[in-house]
Design a protein. Sequence first.
Length: 233
Amino acid sequence: MKKIGIIGAMELEVEALKDKMEIHRKVEKASLEFLEGMLSGTEVVIVRSGIGKVNAALCTQILCDIFEVTHIINTGVAGSLKNEINIGDIVVSTDALHHDVDVRVFGYPLGEVPQIGCLAFQADTELAQLAVACCKEVNTDIEVYCGRIVSGDQFISDKKIKDNIINHFHGFCVEMEGASIAHTAYLNHVPFVIIRAISDKADDSAEMDYPTFEKAAAAHSAALVEHMLQKIK
């Protein structure tokens, strides 16, 4: 039987889903609150992970160990790395990687975690295709893209840093949790997808854009996830 783990870094990214779910129990672990219950006729566990890669990885491992989730969906907001991807649009992951890992001195490509065996962590193809299809159905006012998501423990608001990330990794958007969730799901052999609504342009305007657009961006992601739950096999 399927059980979907849903992760958002901030309360804003999961509160709409929490409000609609039928909660069966609450579990506190590692200072996180996991809500287990039903949403859109599907068994789910919803949790706010907190911001950053360590928090995200810790949260994902608990979902795998304690709740034995069959799929993981990470929903939230990100900064655009492509001119054509505008504030409000959604990016669905093809894969995810760490832009702030640098062990090139030992012969690894920039971004690759040593001894893992891959640079990027591949999202589940069926989940990604489903996310794109569902987005087109429920978010008709925006565009949806499928591409690489890059993560690091930085809020990117400097155009030079943004350009460097683009040149090295060719990502579609940048944020602070997705690669760690993907990394942990990969090691646990749990299919995952990352969904990011664009809240800013990850450049010198990011600090100004982010507070204005994060609420609308999170709402688009939540609507998409709720619709997906009815169709995951």
